[in-house]
Write a protein that binds this ligand. Sequence first.
Ligand code: TMP
Length: 247
Amino acid sequence: MIAIHFNFIAYMKKTTQLYEGKAKKVFLTDDADLVIQEFKDDATAFNNKKKGSIAEKGVVNNAISSKLFTLLESNGIRTHFVEKLSDRDMLCRFLDIIKVEVVVRNIAAGSLVKRYGFSEGTVLENPIVELYLKNDDLDDPLMNEAHAVALGVATFEELAVLKNRAEAINMLLKTFFAERKLKLVDFKLEFGRHNQEILLGDEISPDTCRFWDLETNEKMDKDRFRFDLGGVEDAYSEVQRRVLELD
Ligand code: TMP
């Protein structure tokens, strides 16, 4: 039975394109419960104001995300990940995406520094979890639980699950990256509903996380693209090497 199941998945093919985002395309398959995420090399920043491309980013992000989803699943965190199908394609469960971006911060950087005046690099004694409305037209505004509920994007119960899940994921990923000599500065998660359950969706990659080298604090993520720091491809492939090295 198991062999038949895996065979079936290996032949899963894209049918209609459901959606094209900034970094991924999503395709339907012959199974109504499964979609294929195709990781692109396109890169945008500042809500599409800066556009470019990072060579082989799609391949790298699919490899990193697949590894991290597998790690989380093996630690009891349910995700949409089913299987890595090829270099750029990931088979996933079809989610009803919750229009909330959950950001977890361990070290002050990015918009936390801009918005509140923290010095970049300040270690946050308690990780900060933030909610943003997933709405490009509004530039993904920061919001609280009451905003999200009033907007009808989630219930208070769902938001409590998201926050707990984000904190549990942070604990697991912080340890995983520390073992690979990377500081997990902050990251963004997206979740979706699936058969009465909430699953982690989207991707976890240098596009959606900040990673700093443990010893040098060198930035090894999309900030290199955002702020034209150079060495973007090298940083992404070094993160991939470290993520996969202990396999
Ligand atoms: P921020 O400091 O710009 O708010 O970003 C926090 C984290 O969220 C950082 O790791 C990058 C990630 N992120 C995304 O994945 N998508 C986005 O659209 C934004 C703004 C941030």
